[in-house]
Design a binder for this molecule. Structure first.
Ligand SMILES: Cc1cc2nc3c(=O)[nH]c(=O)nc-3n(C[C@H](O)[C@H](O)[C@H](O)COP(=O)(O)OP(=O)(O)OC[C@H]3O[C@@H](n4cnc5c(N)ncnc54)[C@H](O)[C@@H]3O)c2cc1C
Length: 424
């Protein structure tokens, strides 16, 4: 077998498949290396919702068979249920654009199949990369492969990132369990449903005809309780819509749950130009805003088209900053439980309910349309003001001010980081 390539891509998840395909189409020889043996991809609970920008990216590099598959649920946007019996608020993708939903294993299998059939790609499965340097990688068999560049598309625990930076600390955020319901419909077909409640929030959407994925977010402080099925059932019973309640309880009692940990690593480091990080290997955040796969696909395409590594890295850092901040702020807003944060949650929902422009702005940010920090700061300050006016007067001013300070710290840190970088 050939041991020299233009490019070695480590990891055949969505980002790695996209990179292998994009570089092969531009005439490069590519080795795509995947640790997972064949037939295992459906065991993993991971991304199953793609924003319109991700759908465009798939089409752009010849994965159109995936986006056009008949019967595959489309994504028109999100429906947010504020709880307490209040009517839901609908947030549509702007200009009628469409996202996509699927079983994660289906997406990965279909992408791998297309890449397998692509000229100039040597696709090796069941091989694990154990180390890397600027000239190639070493496999678990001891064999060495060499290339002009190595792309680390090997996910959150990236070996390529480790080869560059040593062990990186990614911050644990929460745990999430995935539950599949068969033979039921969604209250709003083609929408992602976000149910706000306690101990955190639930997501639900159709990933195949009459197959619903429920994602239950569990804050880490309930680490011990979450192992008890009856605790989980009682925690989510009042938050779920009646049509999903019983099937969900049945699945939990039968132990049909897939747990995943959610971590945060800021997208700031894309490697050194010889070893390049894309997808989750470059950074990852809570899946609430469903940006992970889209980010990985766009990384792959932009890297394959960039005039040099520095412009690729600079561009991606800028593009991902505001969506990442939105994701962190929304996660905190939907999961924190102090009085001021509850008031902020009400203010955000009320802003969306009353103002079409704010709904479009939020969806635009999710779709990657906002690079300027101001696109985030304006509505954020509006929501903070609304939360201050509507706060529960029985709490102390000191407690509310402490909560506000914690809310302001995060965007300030992002604004400062962007300012420092833009002057560097
Ligand atoms: C519970 C949950 C729900 C999510 N929901 C969404 C969602 O709805 N929408 C969304 O966009 N994102 C979502 N995400 C995030 C999304 O799943 C990831 O962002 C996405 O899968 C990242 O793709 P990737 O190709 O970078 O990495 P991965 O999907 O992690 O793929 C990495 C690949 O590399 C292989 N690999 C790893 N190490 C090695 C090695 N040493 N040698 C060879 N191969 C290796 C792995 O086997 C794997 O196939 C979710 C994540 C979680 C945990």
């Amino acid at each position: 077998m050939n041991t020299r390539f233009d490019l070695i891509v480590v990891g055949a998840g969505p980002a790695g498949c996209a990179a292998a395909r994009a570089f092969a189409l531009s005439g490069k020889s590519v080795a795509l290396l995947e640790a997972e043996p064949e037939g295992q991809s459906h065991k993993r609970f991971a991304g199953e919702w793609l924003h319109p920008q991700g759908v465009d990216a798939l089409k752009q590099i010849g994965f159109g068979s995936i986006t056009s598959l008949k019967g595959r649920p489309r994504g028109r946007g999100f429906v947010v249920y504020p709880g307490h019996g209040e009517a839901p608020v609908k947030l549509d993708y702007v200009e009628g654009q469409l996202g996509l939903a699927f079983h994660h294993g289906d997406l990965v299998d279909e992408m791998r199949q297309v890449v397998h059939e692509t000229d100039r790609v040597t696709f090796l499965r069941g091989v694990r990369v154990v180390s890397a340097d600027d000239f190639g990688v070493v496999l678990d068999t001891g064999k060495r492969l060499e290339a002009k560049q190595v792309v680390g598309a090997d996910g959150r625990s990236s070996v390529i990132r480790r080869s560059l930076r040593g062990a990186t600390h990614h911050k644990p955020i929460s745990a999430m369990t995935g539950i599949l319901l068969q033979g039921v419909k969604a209250p709003y077909p083609d929408y992602g449903h976000v149910f706000l409640g306690k101990p955190s929030f639930l997501l639900g959407y159709e990933i195949a005809p009459s197959t619903i994925r429920i994602c239950v977010d569990v804050p880490l402080k309930y680490k011990a309780e979450m192992k008890d099925p009856e605790w989980l059932i009682s925690a989510i019973r009042d938050t779920l819509p009646p049509v999903w309640r019983q099937p969900c309880e049945d699945q939990i009692r039968h132990g049909h749950l897939s747990w995943q940990a959610n971590h945060f690593l800021a997208r700031a480091d894309y490697g050194n130009g010889r070893r390049v990080l894309i997808g989750d290997a470059a950074g990852h955040t809570h899946p609430l805003t469903a940006t992970g796969i889209t980010n990985g696909l766009v990384d792959a395409i932009e890297f394959s088209q960039a005039k040099d590594f520095s412009s690729f890295a600079r561009n991606r850092r800028q593009a991902c900053r505001v969506p990442e901040l939105l994701s962190r702020a929304l996660y905190d807003c939907f999961s924190k439980d102090d009085a001021f944060s509850n008031s902020l949650r009400r203010a955000v929902v009320s802003l969306w309910r009353s103002d079409e422009k704010e709904r479009d702005r939020t969806m635009g940010l999710l779709m990657g349309n906002g690079r300027s920090f101001l696109t985030f700061a304006g509505p954020f300050l509006k929501a903070l003001l609304g939360a201050w006016k509507g706060r529960d007067q029985s709490t102390t001013m000191a407690a509310d001010l402490a909560s506000i300070a914690s809310w302001i710290r995060l965007p300030m840190a992002y604004a400062m980081a962007g300012w420092v970088r833009s002057r560097a």
